[in-house]
Design a protein around this ligand. Structure first.
Ligand code: SF4
Length: 230
């Protein structure tokens, strides 16, 4: 009898799996911290990435979050900005970079002559770490494949890593931002530029000048011209 039930369950599971995207196992409540990271290369569309993110429990950051902040912007961005993690406002609304740092980022984007909705904005992890601490390596390991898949699907011409956490995790380096600025790096074949996180710029306004130089470098790579001052 037990053998018969097991056979039936196996058959039903096989039937169900046929209807689900390749990464559907990520959507289930059974996905817990400690499971292997999702395979970024297995996604074939952004929709699949977002389906997999629904209700994600792959790391312990799921416990304190209100919303998963998956990222937002153009589906054909020439440039993509990647920060560290959602903060309180982002967690509340499910939107990236909308607090004070986000307002500064929006101004930076507009200074480049484009609108916020023309670019894509995301973070290395999609759930808010407690007390706004930096995400831990195991949390990044679980979440980074989602970002990796987004970059693969969105195909930006250039990625701008905002601050230490994004830089360290995208470039897999421990080098300081000061050492990495001023160069064009590569993230899986996509050009990558390193600059300061807007939160750092709020604390250190003189660094805005350096950040603007970095953004101008990105604009040069994209063939964009700075808008005329009004
Ligand atoms: S941070 Fe990423 S991996 Fe962790 S629970 Fe949130 S979406 Fe899942």
């Amino acid at each position: 009898m037990a053998k018969k039930t097991a056979k039936k369950t196996k058959k039903t599971t096989k039937r169900l799996v046929g209807f689900l995207p390749k990464n559907a196992f990520v959507m289930t409540k059974k996905s817990k911290a400690g499971t292997p990271p999702v395979d970024a290369s297995a996604f074939s569309s952004l929709e699949e990435v977002y389906q997999s993110l629904e209700g994600c429990e792959r790391c312990k950051l799921c416990k304190g979050r209100t919303n998963i902040v998956r990222g937002e912007g153009s589906t054909k961005p020439e440039i993509m900005f990647v920060g560290e993690a959602p903060g309180a406002k982002e967690d509340e609304t499910g939107r990236p970079f909308i607090g004070r740092s986000g307002q500064l980022l929006t101004k930076m984007i507009e200074a480049m002559g484009v609108k916020r909705e023309d670019v894509f904005i995301a973070n290395v992890v999609k759930c808010r770490p407690p007390e706004n601490r930096a995400p831990k390596p195991d949390e990044v390991e679980q979440c980074r494949p989602f970002l990796e898949a987004q970059i693969k699907m969105l195909k930006p011409k250039i990625v701008v890593a905002l601050g230490k956490t994004a830089t360290a995790n995208l470039l897999q380096t421990k080098e300081a931002i000061g050492e990495l600025r001023g160069k064009i790096h590569s993230y899986q074949g996509t050009k990558l530029i390193v600059t300061f996180h807007p939160a750092y710029l709020l604390r250190n306004p003189p660094a805005k000048k350096d950040c603007w130089e970095d953004l101008q470098r990105a604009m040069k790579e994209l063939g964009w011209k700075a808008p005329a001052k009004s």
